[in-house]
Design a protein around this ligand. Structure first.
Ligand SMILES: Nc1ncnc2c1ncn2[C@@H]1O[C@H](COP(=O)(O)OP(=O)(O)OP(=O)(O)O)[C@@H](O)[C@H]1O
Ligand SMILES: [Mg+2]
Length: 257
């Protein structure tokens, strides 16, 4: 039986995406359909091109070939101004995403409202910042500085800064890297809440394979420039691709060491 998700419309469609840096071929033909409203996990070995894939989807890197659509709009080849407009629908919490240390938490979250949406009403801005901090369960920390926060709190504030724009899609690149297991769990739960409570499609790159299998509706395994397995967690776990099976087995075994 076809899963519910695959019947849903793709919010992001990628066809034959290619990207090289010099003589290094990183993406050699990526095809993906990311269903609207899903949590979509992207896993694969370090250095295999997951972050490059993300940046290519968002138009921060221009691919050498291939096409990317957001709903009915083709992003590849879109004039810069149009791309900037559409990117307002995308939020991202990047690998090592830094908050601005010279600003307070409140100013950090307000930043996209002022600089991207050009909101001027200070009370409206303050209200939206307060709402976001309540939503990430860190109410009232507007006047704190990022260096006064723990790593996990900083990550959550980073998520709040992306969510304040009310994106359609939130891209997470390794949101739990460098966090202890308990904090990782908090962030993984936050991804689930973003998806379930706010209806935001979440695209999640993670090294945490067990978490990816637990929270993703669908998963794609990137290897040597292409997607070698894609489907629901159980479909990917049953993949006959040897590397995928090994990678999963090793990742789950590591839990028991
Ligand atoms: N702007 C760039 N210029 C040149 N090479 C790059 C650039 N960005 C990425 N690369 C190379 O592309 C390859 C893939 O990098 P990428 O960051 O996408 O890996 P990744 O799968 O995200 O790895 P990790 O799991 O460690 O984050 C690497 O060899 C990297 O050195
Ligand atoms: Mg990366």
């Amino acid at each position: 039986m076809e899963s519910v998700n695959s019947a849903k419309e793709a919010i992001i469609r990628i066809r034959d995406l290619k990207k090289s840096f010099g003589d290094q071929d990183i993406l050699t033909g990526v095809n993906l359909d990311i269903p609207e409203g899903s949590i979509f996990g992207i896993v694969g070995q370090s250095g295999t091109g997951k972050s490059v894939l993300f940046k290519s989807i968002m138009g921060m890197i221009s691919p050498d070939a291939g096409r990317v659509w957001y709903r009915d709009t083709e992003l590849t080849g879109l004039p810069y101004q149009k791309l900037v407009e559409i990117r307002q629908k995308f939020g991202y919490a990047f690998q090592n995403a830094a908050l601005f240390d010279s600003m307070t938490v409140g100013e950090n979250i307000a930043f996209p409202l002022k600089e991207v949406l050009h909101l001027k009403d200070r009370r409206e801005i303050a209200r939206r910042v307060r709402e976001m901090l309540e939503w990430i369960e860190l109410p009232g920390i507007e006047s704190k500085r990022p260096d006064e926060l723990s790593g996990g709190m900083r990550k959550r504030v980073g998520v709040a800064r992306s969510l304040v724009m009310r994106p359609d899609i939130l891209f997470f690149d390794e949101p739990t890297t460098g966090l202890d297991p308990v904090l990782s769990e908090t962030i993984n739960n936050l991804v689930v809440r973003v998806n379930r409570e706010l209806g935001v499609t979440c695209i999640l790159i993670t090294h945490d394979i067990p978490a990816a299998f637990r929270i993703s509706d669908r998963l794609a395994f990137l290897h040597r420039g292409t997607i070698v397995a894609e489907g629901t967690p159980s479909e990917v776990a049953d993949s006959d691709h040897e590397l995928v099976r090994d990678f999963i087995r090793i990742s789950f075994n590591e839990l028991n060491v």
